[in-house]
Structures are given as structure tokens and as C-alpha cells.
Design a protein around this ligand. Sequence first.
Ligand code: T46
Length: 137
Amino acid sequence: MKYSTVYDCSVIEVDKHHSEAGNITVIENIETVPFETNRVYYLYDIPGGEERGAHAHRELKQLLIAASGSFDVVLNDGNVRRTVSLNRPYHGLLIVPGIWRELNNFSSGAVCLVLASHKYDEKDYIRNYEEFLEYKK
Ligand code: T46
């Protein structure tokens, strides 16, 4: 998605069932996320001050959730930068393809849960920022 912008990314509120015994959030394909989930992964045990990401995807769509704790996601379309703070397990950040992202400011015990539209494919990554800027031209 060469022409995607940071404004194509959005925070959605996913459902939350509350009971006195605690909460549960359920995420269903299409109902909640506008793509079919083919992979789930999560980042955890992230040392203080560490950053993750620093790449873009050509085709992959993702929903990022702070399943525990909090962190910031800096979205960048080569033109505009936008920082989104995730700190609720019932908020999900939809990231469209063609967006450079950096994850930082992880709290202690933070867990970044990711629902992804495709299986892992290293060829889908743009890991060089100069290459990303060329791709977006
Ligand atoms: C993203 C952010 C939020 C695999 O072998 N399979 C996988 O499905 C994934 C996601 C990663 N890996 C390997 C590739 C690397 O050798 O795990 C290692 C770490 O991956 P990476 O450096 O890409 O990790 P992050 O945390 O910078 O990025 C990950 C995802 O790759 C990326 O899609 O958006 O989480």
C-alpha cells in the first residue's frame, strides 16, 4: 500500500464482557477486525528502554493490543508521524500496510498482542528506512 497514510490507521474498541470475576474480551474475524487473522504473536519480557518494530509491511494488516501494561506506537507514512499510546486490553490499533512503525516506552510487564492477516514472510518487511521512503514516493 504505497499510498496509505497514518490516518488510515485507527484505534478500535473491541468488546469487553465484565463480571465480578473479571473481564473477557473476544475478537472475531470480520466482526471485530476487518481482515482474516492468519497469525497471532505477542511481544513480552521487553527490557526497559528497549524499542521494537522499525519496519513497514508491504501487504500485512495488523491489530495491535496492549494485552497487559502499556506502550507507544509511532506511526509514520513517510510524510506524517503520529504517536498512539496503547494502555487498555480492549483497545486495538489497526495498522494498514505501508506504514513504518516503531514501538517504544514499554511499561514493565507489557504484552503486545498482534493479530496479523498473513503468515510470516520476511519478504513482506521493509526494514531499511531509506528504502521505505523510496517505496512511498
Ligand atoms: C510487528 C511488530 C509489532 C518469526 O520467525 N516469525 C514471526 O511471525 C515474527 C513476527 C517474527 N519472527 C522472527 C523474525 C526475527 O528473527 O522473530 C525475530 C524478531 O522479529 P522482529 O525483529 O520483526 O520483531 P519486532 O518486535 O521488531 O516486530 C514484530 C513483527 O515482526 C512485526 O510484524 O509489526 O512485532
